[in-house]
Design a binder for this molecule. Structure first.
Ligand code: ADP
Ligand code: DP6
Ligand code: CO
Length: 384
């Protein structure tokens, strides 16, 4: 569709809207990608609004089998009020899902008028549109809650689809990223492609805690990411729960947020701007390691990486040790055992071969599916 949602539709979401009779039912569909942080968000200063204790920076993974697709229908006379189906199953305790409710009300507050594009006639005024009931159907093309950032693509996609159907226009740049952030912190960074930073902000109301694109993906066209699925099981400690425990008990986390991340954010932005792969690689690996160290410093400790994850990390360092020109590949692990390996195109074949030799289907460690994807940013194949 064009008009209110035209801009966002052009930037990735596909909107389709239909007026039934007198505008009783409006529908819209969007897709959104996941992202992998290279400077990690871990810890909140406000758990209601998802305001973080440090800024973070991520790379958006535009790949068909790492995305969410969400359709929203809104109507005057829907029975049963607001309802959500996630991966084919209805969410039964929607009323107590504060994040989802927060997103719904933030969108309703900003609803615009539904206007007939040809005549300019107001078909549904915003005051009435706000009262429409919401039905959401969402599906992730990859495992949910397994450390592959389903909450990021999930909430980014929900915000896209809802903002289209409720005719929400951003009053300032990044306003939609604030709404997505209140759903899941990492979702704030999935509304843009390429290299994206989320500024922690200082305000209590979160208005300055927004995401911005640092560079588009075309900036670094030969950058690739390999998604190595060590396990696609649901993790036992959710990101939300894990970081609450870390904030409460880890001294290292406080040190990291105050004394490490600010300089690292700056260095990372510079490495990306200069397309300096060795600098990007070292910063990425050090940040992943420090994040997992804060998890182990949490009491009781949280262990997201498995033996296989550590073996992947060892292999990456062994490959890099052989290089005379600095690191050629870099791992990063989110809140789960799965590795994302960044590397430039020239090295994909060599590194992929080494990974498959140690962890592929014929290797000794092949109890789980491995190397799910060789992805370029924006697109790529996936294999198990
Ligand atoms: P992950 O590593 O997958 O991001 P999290 O523990 O951060 O794991 O978040 C998982 C939670 O995110 C799910 O339990 C669900 O509440 C929410 N979520 C996942 N996918 C979607 C989606 N498509 N739409 C809305 N919420 C989603
Ligand atoms: C390790 O965004 O999933 O992936 O805000 O509670 O939903 P909530 O947490 P979430 O945490 C992501 C943590 C991380 C690092 C990152 O993505 O920056
Ligand atoms: Co998440």
């Amino acid at each position: 569709s064009e008009g209110a949602s035209g801009e966002r539709a052009a930037s990735g979401a596909q909107a389709s809207e239909k007026m039934a009779g007198h505008g009783e039912v409006l529908v819209s569909t969007a897709s959104a990608p996941t992202n992998i942080a290279v400077v990690k968000y871990w810890g909140k200063r406000d758990t209601k609004l998802n305001l973080p204790i440090n800024s973070s920076l991520s790379v958006t993974l535009h790949q068909e089998d790492l995305q969410t697709i969400t359709s929203v229908a809104i109507g005057k006379d829907f029975e049963g009020g607001d309802r959500v189906w996630l991966n084919g199953k209805e969410e039964t305790d929607l009323a107590s899902n504060k994040r989802m409710q927060g997103v719904f009300s933030a969108i309703r507050e900003r609803a615009g008028d539904v206007v007939d594009e040809a005549s300019g006639e107001v078909l549904v005024p915003s005051a009435e549109l706000k009262t429409y009931k919401i039905h959401v159907v969402s599906r992730n093309s990859f495992p949910t809650a397994a450390g592959l950032a389903s909450s990021a693509s999930g909430y980014a996609c929900l915000v896209k689809a809802l903002s289209q159907v409720f005719r929400v226009k951003e009053a300032h740049e990044g306003e939609l990223t604030e709404i997505a952030r209140a759903g899941s912190g990492s979702a704030s960074r999935s509304l843009y492609g390429g290299y994206v930073k989320w500024e922690m902000g200082t305000r209590d109301d979160g208005v300055d805690s927004r995401a911005y694109q640092v560079k588009p993906e075309e900036h670094w066209p030969n950058m690739h990411a390999l998604i190595c699925v060590v396990s696609d099981h649901k993790k036992t400690t959710s990101s939300t729960g894990g970081m609450i425990d870390s904030v409460r008990t880890s001294e290292l986390l406080k040190f990291r947020a105050e004394n490490v991340v600010p300089a690292r954010m700056k260095a990372m932005e510079e490495a990306i701007a200069a397309k300096d792969f060795p600098a990007f690689a070292e910063l990425t690996m050090r940040d992943s390691n420090q994040f997992h160290a804060t998890c182990l410093d949490t009491y009781p400790p949280i262990a997201y990486m498995t033996d296989t994850s550590h073996n992947v990390s060892r292999l990456v360092h062994a490959i890099n040790n052989e290089s005379s020109s600095g690191p050629i590949c870099a791992y990063t692990f989110d809140a789960g055992p799965n590795a994302v390996i960044f590397l430039e195109e020239d090295h994909v074949e060599k590194v992929l071969k080494a990974l498959l030799a140690d962890f592929g289907p014929d290797s000794a460690e092949s109890s789980e599916p491995f190397v799910r994807g060789q992805t370029t940013l924006p697109a790529a194949d996936c294999m198990e």
